[in-house]
Design a protein around this ligand. Structure first.
Ligand code: CP
Length: 307
């Protein structure tokens, strides 16, 4: 039963609950009009303490397309956060006005701390370099749509695996499926954090390798998950400038890749995928953008317990 629950971490959802959300997403994609009024009279609180295009606007579009309405802020400086109000007080206040809240926050763990006092379901829309569970649902739906299954896949993650919260969440979620292997492609400085290796990969006995060159492994991949180097999480600009163009995917590199490779990227991209790749049928990242709205419609409907 998902009604009334929070979504803070991908592991908050069982595999059966993920299947339920995927199934409802499919129904919404096929018959969006049938869902146009299921949230009539309901309100989403949208609290973004960090910039966002896709997550914020897809959540807001999702609620509007379900018949609900949205209040909130995209710039905490325009709210009483500016006067020093605590996160808990903000959540209690917005929870008094709304039926469900989505929040992005720069501090890792902020949604988990806030959830205890929040009077309505709270959805984590990204906390620092930690987790981004609704991007993961979007990614799972896109993989399922491209491959027909979440089992028996070789997934390559390429770029900033240290700070990329979408990578951490997707590794956590995909580690539960059968016969999944990970190829972790990054400069040494941007490898996945140690806790992901010990607490998720080793603990679940998931096979993985770490490499530095995409060219050496691209032919082995079923999914290539490209990521941006996360400028906002670097401590100094010199390191960012040195590492920012570590990987640039172009059509030449894709010559060696499988014909049915699916290329995903949570976006925004900077330089890591050349625009020439966008028209390759293997590029799924704009499909992924659209899927994000439908997945969030399904998630809102489930957490609010509407049919
Ligand atoms: N994928 C994602 O989280 O994008 P935004 O930062 O634009 O929300």
């Amino acid at each position: 039963m998902l009604k009334g629950r929070n979504l803070i971490d991908p592991s908050d959802l069982s595999m059966e609950e993920i299947d339920e959300i995927m199934g409802l997403t499919r129904e919404i994609v096929n018959n969006p009009k049938e869902f146009a009024h299921v949230c009539d009279g309901m309100l989403l609180g949208s609290l973004f303490y960090e910039p966002s295009t896709r997550t914020r606007l897809s959540f807001e579009a999702a609620m509007l397309r379900l018949g609900g309405k949205v209040v909130g802020f995209s710039e905490p400086g325009s709210s009483s956060v500016q006067k020093g109000e605590s996160l808990n007080d903000t959540l209690r206040t917005v929870g008094a006005y709304t039926d469900i809240i989505v929040m992005r926050h720069p501090k890792e763990g902020a949604p988990k701390l806030g959830a205890d006092l929040c009077p309505v379901p709270l959805i984590n829309a990204g906390d620092g370099g930690h987790q981004h569970p609704t991007q993961t649902l979007t990614d799972l739906y896109t993989i399922l749509e491209s491959k027909g299954s979440l089992d028996n896949l070789v997934l390559g993650f390429c770029g900033d695996l240290q700070f990329g919260r979408t990578v951490h969440s997707l590794i956590k979620a995909m580690s539960r499926y059968k016969n999944v292997k990970f190829v972790l492609i990054s400069p040494v400085e941007l490898e996945v954090p140690e806790y992901i290796k010990t607490e998720i990969l080793d603990k679940n006995e998931v096979e993985y390798i770490e490499v530095e060159r995409l060219e050496d492994v691209i032919d082995t991949l079923d999914i290539l998950y490209m990521t941006r180097v996360q400028k906002e999480r670097f401590f100094n600009e010199v390191d960012y400038i040195r590492l920012k163009d570590s990987y640039i995917l172009d059509l030449k590199k894709l010559e060696k890749a499988k014909k049915d490779l699916a290329i995903l990227h949570p976006l925004p991209r900077v330089n890591e995928i050349k625009v020439e790749v966008d028209s390759d049928p293997r590029a799924k990242y704009f499909k992924q953008v659209k899927n994000g709205m439908f997945v969030r419609m399904a998630l809102i409907a489930k957490l609010l317990g509407v049919k």
